[in-house]
Every structure is written in structure tokens, then in C-alpha cells.
Design a binder for this molecule. Structure first.
Ligand code: AMP
Ligand code: GLY
Length: 427
């Protein structure tokens, strides 16, 4: 089976790596990155242009296309690929609005009876001020559109909250902001693979969104992740599937916009129960690196079954009993203004330590050196008999890798490994 993977991050590297564990699978990835190029064919096309992606599919004639990032999904690449006759894992433009518009996601949640934070959609600053006063501190202020996880400000500072609301409203024509109630409690990312009718949950993971240890500093795309969650409530996955994932899929279906692809629920386990923070319409990064590290079934068959409407008869997924941890190594200046160009060394040594090093923002130069090329540079991933072992393995890999200005969190999965996460705490 030939699979075309669209994207260029550590997520797509992990997806490609896992797909290739099925002996009958070949992967072409576009545009890919140097890490992906070491294991699969890459084709450097512009994936921000849907027609280029369709041309690419016509060239390679894949049996399945898997879309990684949100931007092409929200731009409708799956619709165009399907019109051209391809089998695609990924939602239509209309269904991807669950990620592309926070207001749309809230409306579907409300109709589906899915528990989430109370919120107000505001198009003017006076409306936003009134909503901030209504909910009180900590203030949660979200850009309504796509912002790669960085459009959210959570702050106790009223003026900073108003300033972010103004920035969202002014960012483009029709700009708007969603102000919502603060949710306490640890966060969980749960992915569901859906064929539009049936949704199959994967194993849960926890992401670390803030750039610094102890959840300090600005939000990022994610600085690390681990799975499983030893502290999660009993029957967590079954409950969330019943109360969140399946009702969303049913409601989308009722509206004639079936969600086929990866539905990613960002959840808070609050003192009042599980609440949805947001939905994404794609695999999460870096959660995918740990979820797929523990996946013990055939990923290609799962995604193909979802893309062809055959999930109801799919065998139950198997998961390794081991734990997985991934640590993101970031560029100087990330997330505000990452600086590219530093030379990366030591990846081979990290791999000799038993880690899998997924590439994100990397490129090679004419001299064959590997260089930093983006904010999140590498995602160093390890399995271990428990979280403590997986952590020390992952950090042993991180210690072997160097580049100027490199920074990472040193507390990924630490509290969970020490048994210090209690329900009701914030991460
Ligand atoms: P989002 O882009 O909606 O996932 O938000 C990014 C991050 O902001 C989340 O992972 C949370 O850490 C935080 N966040 C968003 N909404 C809330 C909320 N209502 N209460 C508390 N934290 C939130
Ligand atoms: N790690 C969170 C995301 O992929 O949106």
C-alpha cells in the first residue's frame, strides 16, 4: 500500500515511522524533512496550495493520503483530493471548522450536550470587557481563528486580557475573540479516529504547553508529552468516548457534515468532571509521538478503515504496556522569535541510547550538515517499563544532542512519574 503523508513536522515523522512498521506499506511524504527523508521518499511541494497537493497525488497515485497539519484541512484539501478520486484520511473543510472556528466548535458542543467551559463570542472590545468581568480571573482569551495553539492567553491581569482581545479582534476583517470560564485541573489529549459514524479512541496523553518548567512562560505548540496517564480516572477513555467523542461525531453527522479523520479532544479533568477545552481536527504534536510509540496494531489499516467507512468492524486496538515520553528540543528564541541556522550534532548518539529522534524544524545545507530550521526542532522519544524509566531514557537522548541556543523543559512527565498529579490540580 502506498501512503502519501502531507506535512513536515515531528508528528509526520512519527506517523511515517509507524506506518512503515507495517511490512506492506511504502510512504511518500511532502514536503517532509531530513529525518523523514532518511526513512521514506520525500517530495518538496508547496502544501499550502491545494492544487499542488492534488497534482502530487496524481503523480504518486497513493492508495491513501494522510493529512498532518491543520492549515490544509481548514483550506479544504481533503475535499479537493476526494473530488479527484483519492482515498483520504482527514476531515472536509466544513468538518475541520471544529478546529478552525472556536465559535463553531462551541455551538456543536452545545447542541451535542458535550461539557465545556461557558463562553462568550465577542466582536467588539466593550463586549469582550463585559465578558471578562462576567467570568472573572483567571481570564481566558482565545482568538476565534486558527492560531497553532498560540492564540490563547490565560492571565490574571485584566489589562493584558483586554489587550489580547483587542489584538484578536483587530487581527483581520471579521476578527473575533472567545472569552471563557477558566477550567482548573490537569489537561488530557485524547484522539479519536473516525469514519464519520464510528469513532475509535486512541490512548490518552498529556502535553506540556508552556515553554518553561512548572508551566511558566508563554504557550507553545507543545514542549513534550507522555502516555499513559497513571493518574487518570478509571474508565476515563470509555467515559470520554461516550460523553464527548461519539456525541460530537453524531451531531456532525446529523448536520450533514460527517467528521472523518482524527478528532482530537483537549480536555481538562476538573473538580466538576471532564470538560472540553478545544477540539482539533488532526493528530496533535507532540502527543502523536508518544501515542504512536505505544500503538501495537496496524496504523495503516486503521487509517484506511476510517477513510473507507469501515471502522465499525475494526478489531480492538492494542497498546504496549510500556510508557512513552517525548521531550521537545527548541530553537533559541522559541516561541516568540525562533532563530534558525544553528548546527545540530549528536543525533546518532541519542539514537544509540535507544531513543527515537523525530525531526521537526531541521534542514540540511550543501555541506551535509543538519541545521535548525524552525521553533520546535527535534522530539526525542523513548519507551520504558514505566514513566520514570521512559523519562530517564528520553533525557539521556536529549543530553547527547547539541545546538546553539537549544532549550527544553526538564520536567516533562516528572509529576506523573512521581505520582504527584492529583485531580483538581492544574497540570
Ligand atoms: P487551546 O488553543 O484552546 O487549546 O488553548 C491552549 C491552552 O490554553 C490549553 O491547552 C490550556 O492550557 C489553556 N486554556 C485554554 N482554555 C482554557 C480554559 N478555559 N481554562 C483554562 N485553561 C485554558
Ligand atoms: N500539542 C497540541 C496540539 O497539537 O495542538
Amino acid at each position: 500500500m502506498l501512503i502519501l503523508v502531507i506535512g513536515q513536522g515531528a508528528r509526520e515523522h512519527a506517523i511515517t515511522h509507524t506506518l512503515l512498521q507495517d511490512s506492506n506499506v511504502e510512504v511518500v511524504c511532502a514536503p517532509g524533512n531530513p529525518g523523514i527523508a532518511a526513512i521514506a521518499q520525500i517530495d518538496a511541494v508547496d502544501i499550502s496550495d491545494n492544487s499542488c497537493v492534488v497534482e502530487l497525488a496524481k503523480k504518486h497515485k497513493p492508495d491513501l493520503v494522510v493529512i498532518g497539519p491543520e492549515a490544509p484541512l481548514v483550506a479544504g484539501v481533503c475535499d479537493e483530493l476526494r473530488s479527484a478520486g483519492f482515498v483520504v484520511f482527514g476531515p472536509s473543510k466544513a468538518a475541520a471548522a471544529l478546529e478552525g472556528s472556536k465559535a463553531f466548535a462551541k455551538e456543536i458542543m452545545q447542541a451535542a450536550g458535550v461539557p465545556t467551559a461557558d463562553s462568550k463570542y465577542c466582536q467588539t472590545v466593550p463586549e469582550a470587557r463585559a465578558a471578562l468581568e462576567l467570568f472573572g480571573a483567571p481570564y481566558v482569551v482565545k482568538d476565534d481563528g486558527l492560531a497553532a495553539g498560540k492564540g490563547v492567553v490565560v492571565t490574571d491581569d485584566f489589562d493584558a486580557a483586554v489587550a489580547h482581545a483587542l489584538a484578536c479582534i483587530d487581527s483581520r476583517d471579521g476578527g473575533a475573540v472567545v472569552i471563557e470560564e477558566f477550567l482548573d485541573g490537569p489537561e488530557v489529549s485524547l484522539f479519536g479516529v473516525s469514519d464519520g459514524i464510528t469513532i475509535v479512541p486512541l490512548t490518552p496523553a498529556q502535553d506540556f504547553k508552556r515553554v518553561g518548567n512548572n508551566d511558566e512562560g508563554p504557550n507553545t505548540g507543545g514542549m513534550g508529552a507522555y502516555s499513559p496517564l497513571p493518574w487518570a480516572p478509571k474508565d476515563f477513555v470509555a467515559e470520554v468516548t461516550k460523553n464527548v467523542l461519539q456525541p460530537m461525531v453524531d451531531e456532525m453527522n446529523r448536520r450533514g457534515i460527517p467528521f472523518q479523520g482524527l478528532l482530537f479532544a483537549g480536555l481538562a479533568v476538573t473538580s466538576r468532571g471532564v470538560r472540553v477545552i478545544e477540539f482539533n481536527a488532526r493528530f496533535g504534536d507532540p502527543e502523536t509521538q508518544v501515542v504512536l510509540a505505544r500503538h501495537n496494531s496496524s496504523l495503516s489499516e486503521l487509517l484506511l478503515a476510517a477513510a473507507t467507512g469501515k471502522l465499525s468492524s475494526f478489531p480492538e486496538l492494542e497498546w504496549k504496556s510500556e510508557s512513552a515520553v517525548t521531550v521537545v528540543m527548541a530553537a533559541n528564541g522559541y516561541p516568540e522569535s525562533p532563530i534558525s541556522g544553528a548546527v545540530i550534532s549528536g543525533i546518532d548518539h541519542a539514537q544509540e541510547q535507544g531513543t527515537v529522534v523525530y525531526h521537526a524544524g531541521t534542514k540540511t545545507n550543501d555541506a551535509g550538515e543538519l541545521l535548525v530550521n524552525g521553533g520546535r526542532v527535534l522530539s526525542v522519544t523513548a519507551l520504558g517499563s514505566d514513566l520514570a524509566v521512559a523519562r530517564s531514557q528520553a533525557y539521556a537522548g536529549v543530553e547527547r544532542i547539541e545546538f546553539d541556543g537549544e532549550h527544553h523543559r526538564s520536567d516533562i512527565a516528572l509529576k506523573a512519574a512521581l505520582g504527584e498529579i492529583r485531580l483538581g490540580d492544574h497540570n
